[in-house]
Design a protein around this ligand. Structure first.
Ligand SMILES: [Zn+2]
Length: 272
């Protein structure tokens, strides 16, 4: 964990629970794509950059989920660098209380304010085109999060954030976390287009935000990491009955009843 893996000539990722992209720019300057799950991740990233003499110049958040922005504050306080995120992801990352508040639909209890769902605050700015590093391209990939973005680096690596999930992840959690099913399907079509070479130059390496399930999946390639469209079709059908997946999850079969009884722990295990 936390080893540096080369993805293209000047693009790397740090193998961690949520992958962190590291892209070399001019000289020893580097930019990060996401920052890890918490301040410990931030410290490990800083140590890794320092060991190579790399200077952190900017950070780009793919989306505002705590496991992707948890290292923001630690790294920004040490490097004094700018952090950028698209659209509403910027607002959510600036004020991380919105994340558990959005999930809970109310003032979130303490169990929902832990680092798994709520990152520390950081100074995040809107991602305008001029903030991008030279030769970078921002790829809007909404669906999993409102304004999630991927990034293509000049040497052909494409960071896809949480657009892709491994079959093992879907098998484990049964439902994908999506805020917009149709947008997610459109984003998956876009990702398939990347494979077909719609993006020139054709990407050399596509990097999902989380590790694939195992070696077999690595061998099969990222294509097989696309979420089953069947899962998404089920999600579409569930729009008519949005609480159906919650009823299937244990140990909390009735989220509303648990909430009424003040069983925050049950709700948390239901959401995890
Ligand atoms: Zn996410």
């Amino acid at each position: 964990m936390y080893e540096l893996v080369q993805a293209a000539s000047r693009s790397f990722y740090i193998q961690s629970p949520a992958r962190i992209g590291v892209v070399l720019g001019k000289g020893n300057e580097v930019s990060l794509i996401d920052s890890g799950s918490d301040k410990d991740a931030g410290r490990k990233v800083k140590k890794l950059l320092d060991a190579r003499g790399w200077k952190l110049k900017a950070m780009f958040n793919t989306h505002s989920h705590a496991d992707h922005i948890g290292g923001n504050r630690c790294l920004q306080s040490q490097a004094g660098c700018g952090i950028y995120a698209s659209g509403i992801e910027c607002a959510l990352a600036r004020d991380p209380l919105w994340e558990p508040a959005f999930l809970y639909g109310d003032n979130p209890p303490r169990d929902l304010r832990r680092k798994f769902l709520m990152a520390q605050e950081s100074e995040v700015q809107p991602l305008e085109p001029e903030a991008l590093r030279p030769g970078w391209e921002c790829l809007p990939l909404p669906g999993h999060a409102f304004d999630m973005a991927g990034f293509r680096t000049p040497d052909g690596a494409v960071c896809l954030a949480d657009c892709l999930a491994s079959e093992a992840t879907l098998a484990k959690h049964h439902v994908a976390f999506l805020v917009d099913v149709e947008a997610c399907l459109a984003a998956l079509d876009k990702v398939k287009g990347l494979q077909a070479g719609d993006l020139r130059p054709r990407p050399r390496r596509r990097l999902p935000g989380h590790r694939a399930a195992g070696r077999a999946q690595h061998r099969q390639g990222a294509r097989d990491s696309l979420p089953h469209r069947g899962h998404l079709r089920i999600s579409c059908q569930l729009r008519a009955d949005p609480e159906a997946p919650l009823r299937r999850l244990r140990p909390c079969h009735d989220l509303r009843a648990a909430r009424a009884r003040g069983q925050q722990g049950a709700i948390l295990s239901c959401l995890a």
